[in-house]
Design a protein around this ligand. Sequence first.
Ligand code: IMP
Length: 429
Amino acid sequence: MANVAVIGSQWGDEGKGKIVDWLSSRADVVVRFQGGHNAGHTLVIDGIEYKLHLLPSGIVRKGKLSVIGNGVVVDPWALLREIETVRAKGVEITPKNLVLAGNATLILPVHAVLDEAMETLRGQKSIGTTKRGIGPAYEDKVARRAVRVCDLEEPEYLKEQISRMMEHHNALLRGLGLAEMEAEKIYRALLEIREEILAYRGRSWQVLDEARKAGKRILFEGAQGTMLDVDHGTYPFVTSSNTVAAQAASGSGVGPGTINYVLGITKAYTTRVGEGPFPTELTDETGEHLGARGHEFGTTTGRKRRCGWFDAALVRQSVKMSGIRGIALTKLDVLDGLKEIKICTGYELDGQMIDYLPSSTTRQARVKPVYQTLEGWSENTRGARSWAQLPAAAVKYVRYIEELIEAPVAMLSTSPERDDTILMRDPFL
Ligand code: IMP
């Protein structure tokens, strides 16, 4: 039985929602392993719309187990609010179908304050974070001063840990000329929700080991995209977690061998929210056209996404870094009606040709895309359910992408509707 990891192969927002929804309908267990409520996607099931940020996609389907792994940073208030919102739509959420790892890090109110303060401090060089406190919470985790879900079980220790953490943060807030925050207040607020959160507390590693042994299908649901990975992405314009497929293992407590197939969700063009290098960005009419046709606004922050041509060099890099076995190509229909379509095959850097995105931030900003121009198509591909329904030029475009990124298209999505998908390979089989 195969277990599947789904990750974004660009800068996030590749259209994971629809694909993950389809896969989660076939999985027994759905696991989040990194990020937090900076992520966001919309699921539509039987005409009901659900906006999920922190909860795994399996939550809206009966009989599935959802796991929030240790690699996730959890704002407990955001989690409870999301549970309430989803429950109000008739979904049952209990400790039977939701497990929250005891060793997951908590995002506390101070983290959002620091996120905002740091962004202001960066001024012109801001990252464009979602201001959800994600970065500061991960910083605390690595600095070994974080408060974790399991600490809620021991109020004495919780109090000490918050005091230690706030000593550090208050020194910083003072230095920035900002109001200090009271450790006691945070402690009391946590005590109020402690029981509710602890009801879901579990051991993600153990739950997943049992599921694996019982031959259950596990879906590891990634958030953001490979190019936002803190190690492999366009640092420092990245999120603060590892978004590559390997994180599915360490962020949930399973061995790497548990993941049998990595599916990379890939948009037929490129988008990015927030700041940072974007070699194929289009700031002209075509960019505007892609944004308008593709409804390119963030689910979490509502921000307008930057748009550009498909960058095959970048996706090829993601394919290698995450061991992507096949891609789900999304939003092909957004390209309908364009006379010609460009694909970036590599870059020019200081007069030299390279076929990879360099690690250096300044070099990333200097690379110039090298394009291959393909003929566009005037026909409508929206809703196509077989290759035969696609115009020859669209097929050529897809085939060329496969060749350049060195990975096959496992699924081709031609509209937000679940059934408008051409399936070449079932990742679970
Ligand atoms: P943070 O994750 O809020 O710290 O933001 C860091 C960077 O990651 C910013 O450029 C955000 O726009 C980007 N980012 C975070 N979450 C998402 C997401 O779910 N989709 C796309 N971009 C994201």
